[in-house]
Every structure is written in structure tokens, then in C-alpha cells.
Design a protein around this ligand. Sequence first.
Ligand SMILES: *[C@@H]1O[C@H](CO)[C@@H](O)[C@H](O)[C@H]1NC(C)=O
Ligand SMILES: *[C@@H]1O[C@H](CO)[C@@H](O)[C@H](O)[C@H]1NC(C)=O
Ligand SMILES: *[C@@H]1O[C@H](CO)[C@@H](O)[C@H](O)[C@H]1NC(C)=O
Length: 295
Amino acid sequence: MRFDIVALFPLAASAVNIISSNDDGWAEANIRAFFESLQAADHSVVVSAPAENQSGKGSKEGEPTVLTEPCQFNSCPSGSPAVGFNSSEPRLGYVNSYPVTAIQYGIETSGPKIFNGAPDLAVTGPNVGSNIDIVNYFSGTVGAATYAAQNGIPALAFSSASGSPTSWESPRPAYSEVYADLATNLTNQVIAAGKPYLPDDIFLNVNFGKVTDECASPADFSFVLSRIHVAVPLITDDDVTTCGDSRLPSELEVSLASGCYASVSVGIASEKKDADAEMQGVVLKKLGNLLTCLS
Ligand SMILES: *[C@@H]1O[C@H](CO)[C@@H](O)[C@H](O)[C@H]1NC(C)=O
Ligand SMILES: *[C@@H]1O[C@H](CO)[C@@H](O)[C@H](O)[C@H]1NC(C)=O
Ligand SMILES: *[C@@H]1O[C@H](CO)[C@@H](O)[C@H](O)[C@H]1NC(C)=O
């Protein structure tokens, strides 16, 4: 009896089931660092990401195929099955197809097997490279997140300014750890604000600035609410009012500002466009004091 009570405790904390994908490939350092960071925060995480680098593939979908060459960074041999997983860590899975197909497989098949149900939340990235403004239309990181959000799984897309493609087996770059920690902070904040984690068809597009000598640790960074697209004067509707302004800075503006920032935009998944002021307001309330103003 006592044993039962102890076993229930982890559930009382806000541990949730998270499906994770990217477009850089399942063996890239960033997704592995994020996997470990989310696990360290007590979440149940399943990775379902492309077997190869599928950067820039947007929202393409395609039947997974048998590998005709090794997986990225030799992480599986040529001839491996169309979908597979790490035999010593079955939570790490690949799908030999596009990012959208990879996350779809995670949501429908590999995730439920381990979660005993649907994922509560989807995360993608952190992408190697920023996904800002119109680049979002071509991004597989954003494509996978918007697929999840359109299929009832609240989704957060993470991208980052620093770094280059790195194998999971290489020494872990410092920026991977910083971005993983920041992404976990934001994820935890979204979870802590309660269900529904995000409104229907809404996703968050998060871009981390460069990791430098000045911006070297997670504590150096501030999150700023932003817009995906640069607003057109007199045409674009007002944004939610915050920081004394009814116009949010664009992701581009935040990326160019001096300081250590992460931009957080509220997007409509089915359109990859900015959400309206009301939806931005829902997210503003949820993120609360995690957000600061751009100075
Ligand atoms: C598979 O998981 C094991 C144990 O975590 C790890 O040592 C190995 O590097 C992983 N390989 C791949 C391709 O993920
Ligand atoms: C994937 O390919 C793109 C363009 O072909 C390249 O810019 C990027 O660095 C590659 N990423 C990885 C993880 O190999
Ligand atoms: C993220 O969490 C780390 C501790 O895990 C903390 O040092 C850092 O200040 C947090 N960053 C933000 C922006 O909340």
C-alpha cells in the first residue's frame, strides 16, 4: 500500500508525455541534448525524427523507405528498416522520411507505445540555424510543429542562431546545452500554466540568439514576445499590448537587438502566420514573468 502512494508522487508533479522531432536528423547533438534535458526535468520523452538531415523540407510528407545509405553520422547502417530505434534506448527513434512524417509516426505509433496514450505536447528542434519570418514556410522544424498543432497536440518549435551540424557522438557543444536548458525552461513554463497548453491550431515559434562570451549561460538569456512577420504600418492589426506598446517586435528585430534574447512568436499552425492579439494575449498570460521587454 505504501508503495502505491510513493509510486503516485511523480505523477503529481507536472511530468508529461512529450514527442520530440526536428529536421536536422535524429542523431544531431541538439535534439539529443534537449532529450536529456527534458528527461532530467522528469518528463517522458520519445524522439521520432528523420534518419537523415531533412532541413528545408517544410511540410512535405512521404512514405518512409528502407535506408539505401547509412543514417546520418553513421547512426544506422545502410539497409536499415524504414523506421527504427536505438536498441539500448527505444525512446530514440528515426523515420526515414520528412520531418512531418517523422513526427506523425511519433504521434500515432512510437509515442503511444511508450506513453500508453497520445503525447501531451510536441517539441521540435532546437534547429541548427534560425527560423525567422518567411524562412518559417520552408522550415522542417516549423513544418513538424505545425503538423502536431493541427492534429491536436500543442507544439513548440525551437531554433537557434549558433552552431553547425554535430554528431551525437562528438563532444557536446556548449551551445547545445544552453539551448536545451532554455527550451526546457520554456516548455516547463507552458506546462506549469496548465491545460489546454495552447489554444487549438496555435504553435509557438521560438528563436534563440547566439551563444557568445556575453551570452554564455541560460541565465544570461531573456525571453521576449514577438511577431513572426514584420508588421506593415497601417495594415497589420494591432498586437496584444505589452511593454507599453500594441506592436510586438518582429523575430527579425529581436535577432538584431544587442543583448541575449530568445524570441517567442505565437503562430497559427495551419497558416504559419501570426496569431491575433487575443491569442497572443493567452500566451502572454501563460508565460507571465518568464517574458521581459526588449530594451
Ligand atoms: C544508442 O543509445 C546508447 C545508450 O544510450 C548510446 O550509447 C548510443 O550512442 C546510442 N546510439 C544512437 C545511434 O543513438
Ligand atoms: C542539412 O542540410 C542543410 C542544407 O542542405 C545544411 O545547411 C545543414 O547544415 C544540414 N544540417 C545537418 C544537421 O547536417
Ligand atoms: C533556465 O533555467 C536555468 C536553470 O535550469 C536557469 O539558470 C536560467 O536562469 C533559466 N533561464 C531563464 C531564461 O528562465
